[in-house]
Design a protein around this ligand. Structure first.
Ligand code: E4P
Length: 215
């Protein structure tokens, strides 16, 4: 399973990339806005740190505008993947861009039908949002299970990015379901490391050693 980091924060990306845990990065307009920096320069800097897909989202809502933005963003680096929202215009833009060899990550997917449309249009990645579904009392992980089943029935060249992850269990369940990728916020990545018995165990090993050998 691949881990993407769901952030535009350079320090956090570096921290986990140094541990070999970052196969790619996803950003969105909200994440870029948090960094208070020029969009293109942040994206370029991320491509210098991570050798894998880096998603950059378009702001246009009509297909022509999406395509123009996508082509411009694609010139920044070969690893740029264009994030396009799941709308009719988004589907049209995805179809055109896929035919030009531009990789698209179709975002804001909340149903299996939307996932299927995105894969058919030629999206290289699809991003079902699990946390936002959980927030409105729908089962986000059920969407991943059904999407996995649908993609496994055919030979779409399309990977599932589990997005809108809120806690470690989302990551574990995504792995159990065979999702290709989880895009993980840095705060959740921190939590993946933690288990109280690991801390207690290490403390005990060190104190037993100190008691026996005095150092
Ligand atoms: C990533 O591709 C998505 O934009 C992101 O995971 C959305 O997460 P949120 O629902 O926590 O904003």
């Amino acid at each position: 399973m691949k881990f993407f980091l769901d952030t535009a924060n350079i320090e956090k990306i570096k921290r986990f990339a140094d541990m070999g845990l970052v196969d790619g990065v996803t950003t969105n307009p909200s994440l870029i806005a948090k960094e208070d920096r020029d969009f293109e320069s942040v994206i370029k800097e991320i491509t210098q740190i991570v050798d894998g897909p880096v998603s950059a989202e378009v702001l246009s809502t009509n297909s022509e505008g999406m395509i123009q933005e996508a082509l411009k963003l694609s010139e920044l680096h070969e690893n740029i993947v264009i994030k396009i929202p799941m709308t009719k215009d988004g589907i049209k833009a995805t179809h055109v861009l896929a035919n030009k060899g531009v990789k698209v990550n179709m975002t804001l997917i909340f149903s299996p039908a939307q996932a299927l449309l995105a894969a058919k249009a030629g999206a290289r990645f699809i991003s079902p949002f699990v946390g936002r579904l959980d927030d409105i009392s729908h089962d986000g992980m059920e969407l991943i299970a059904v999407t996995r089943e649908i993609l496994d029935n055919y030979d779409f060249d399309c990977e599932i990015i589990v997005a809108s992850i809120r806690h470690p269990l989302h990551v574990v369940e995504a792995a159990r379901m065979g999702a290709d990728i989880a895009t993980i916020p840095p705060g959740v990545m921190e939590k993946l490391f933690k288990h109280p018995l690991t801390d207690i165990g290490l403390e005990r090993f060190l104190s037993d050693w100190k008691n026996a050998f005095g150092k």
